[in-house]
Design a protein around this ligand. Structure first.
Ligand code: FRU
Length: 505
């Protein structure tokens, strides 16, 4: 017979633990197709990562979220944090829609000098700058649907208060006018807002985040224009002592493999104008499933990028129910110069090593080889690294017992990397999903260095140390468990297979 006091304690503890897990439900992270090494929301809809800011040793991730359904709807900002960019803790929703509209994408900054005046008694405010999207104005086909607003937190991002003076930047009559990315421009001690305005970027500046002055426009005649410009970012990167500014511009549709994608420009920024080094189109990721990506603020010279691992072409109908969509891996950005061109490189944030198991190294792989004979059956996420002295056509096939498969490789004839998901399992939910996607190889090195990060429902391919990147999702009806290598000419010198642990355990 259990004593009432003990029973009460047990009940209280159970309730406490249950509450502690709200709204995490980490035990849910076992469903079929559920990413094991990528952030995905505990349940319901997610799209763009938002408001990413590093503060007091914590990486904050907010995201476009509709908590009432697994398809897009009235947008909120979901919230999660991480100490290491690998393991995530789910937190309560940070921002809810209000009378000014849905909470669309935006950014967050640490207002160290309290320029906004939101900080009281020495508090350092975190300030979120986001788009209010007014569904009523949208229904009336008004052009002034989208305006920029603020919210602030005085408890390190836990709770947020919307500014009573919202919106702080009113729409001048441009239907698509959104996704503010704000950063501090130290040389002139002012804030710069990089804003997507239909087919161009508009730069604004502010002393206090509350009053904004237009500085300039960029992009009407540059880059890709197959769709609307969204979710921009602007930041400097160091290249051997030279400062090169990167302007990221997401575009939907009009990506290199259909639907949404992320392009970038290189150039200079002087606090007023962005002067490009190039106006041709360059893609940060050629695969179909990396969209709306931007970087964390307040990380010093290190720039860490995170994208939404889906595509508006089919995001609402992919075959998951409990939740929809995940983020890419966090990626470190850097620059490489080839001939006279500055190119953006992205590589998985090195923190990924935290979940690395013991690597299995196979030497001299060639011809037609069932790699499972060497490395055993695949069981969960893994990092696969290949090196070769001379790059030739080849493919790696991930396969399950139903012969569903995904192919990753390189085609020498047209110098492209590829991901082929035509027979990858569930593909009929959208007619454009089951395709073979390609990306130009930008490196002219003879040797190959290729990293492939494999999760339950995605591959991220980093060619030539991240010069050519491709991200693709897939939905096999049972997990891929074997791996084959195939090449007529290429000999892999070293193949390293590193199992990766589950981030939710
Ligand atoms: C990009 C985007 C943004 C917008 C948000 C709405 O995926 O369309 O431009 O702010 O999603 O959810």
């Amino acid at each position: 017979m259990i004593k009432p006091a003990i029973l009460v304690t047990v009940l209280l503890l159970t309730t406490y633990c249950a509450n502690e897990r709200q709204p995490g439900h980490e035990s849910l992270y076992n469903e079929r197709h559920r990413p094991q090494i990528h952030f995905s929301p505990p349940e319901m809809w997610m799209n763009d990562p938002n408001g990413m800011v590093f503060h007091k040793s914590v990486y904050h991730l907010f995201y476009q979220h509709y908590p009432d359904s697994n398809v897009w709807g009235p947008m909120h900002w979901g919230h999660a944090t991480s100490a290491d960019l690998v393991h995530w803790k789910n937190l309560p929703i940070a921002l809810y829609p209000d009378s000014l509209g849905y909470i669309f994408s935006g950014s967050a900054v640490v207002d160290v000098d309290n320029t906004s005046g939101f900080g009281k008694e020495g508090d350092i405010p975190l300030v979120a700058i986001f788009t209010h999207h007014d569904p009523k104005a949208e229904k009336e086909s008004s052009t002034t649907v989208e305006n920029q607003s603020l919210a602030f937190s005085l408890d390190d991002g836990n709770t947020w208060t919307k500014y009573h003076g919202n919106p702080v930047l009113k729409n001048p009559g441009i239907r698509d006018f959104r996704d503010p990315k704000v950063s501090w421009y130290e040389a002139q001690k002012k804030w710069i807002m990089t804003l997507a305005a239909s087919d161009r970027i508009i730069f604004y500046s502010s002393p206090d985040l509350k009053t904004w002055t237009k500085e300039s426009e960029f992009g009407k005649d540059a880059g890709a224009h197959g769709g609307v410009w969204e979710c921009p970012d602007l930041f400097p990167l160091d290249y051997n002592g030279e400062t090169v500014w990167i302007l990221i511009v997401n575009i939907n549709p009009g990506g290199p493999n259909g639907g949404s994608a992320t392009q970038y420009f290189t150039g200079q920024f002087d606090g007023k104008n962005f002067t490009p080094y190039q106006t041709d189109t360059r893609w940060a990721d050629y695969g179909p499933d990396n969209y709306a990506g931007v970087t964390w603020s307040n990380t010093g010279s290190r720039k860490i990028f995170l994208g939404w691992m889906s595509n508006w072409q089919y995001a609402n109908v992919v075959p998951t129910e409990k939740w929809r969509s995940a983020c890419t891996l966090p990626r470190d950005l850097s620059i490489e110069k080839i001939d006279d061109r500055y190119l953006l490189r992205s590589t998985p944030a090195p923190e990924l090593k935290k979940i690395a198991g013991t690597p299995i190294v196979v030497e001299d792989v060639s011809g037609n080889m069932d790699l499972s004979q060497k490395i055993g059956n695949m069981d969960g996420p893994a990092l696969l690294q290949l090196t070769a002295d001379s790059i030739q056509s080849f493919s790696i096939t991930l396969l399950n017992d139903k012969q569903e498969k995904i192919l990753i490789g390189y085609d020498r004839d047209d110098n492209t990397y590829f991901i082929d998901r035509r027979e990858s399992g569930s593909i009929t939910f959208e007619k454009g999903f089951g395709m073979r996607h390609t990306a130009p190889r930008l490196s002219s090195e003879r040797k190959l260095v290729l990293d492939i990060v494999i999760d339950n429902a995605s591959v991220e391919v980093f060619g030539d140390n991240g010069l050519t990147v491709m991200t693709g999702i897939f939905f096999p009806t049972m997990p891929f468990n074997t791996m084959h290598f195939q090449s007529e000419q290429m000999k892999i010198k070293l193949l390293t297979y590193t199992p990766l642990g589950n981030i939710w355990q």
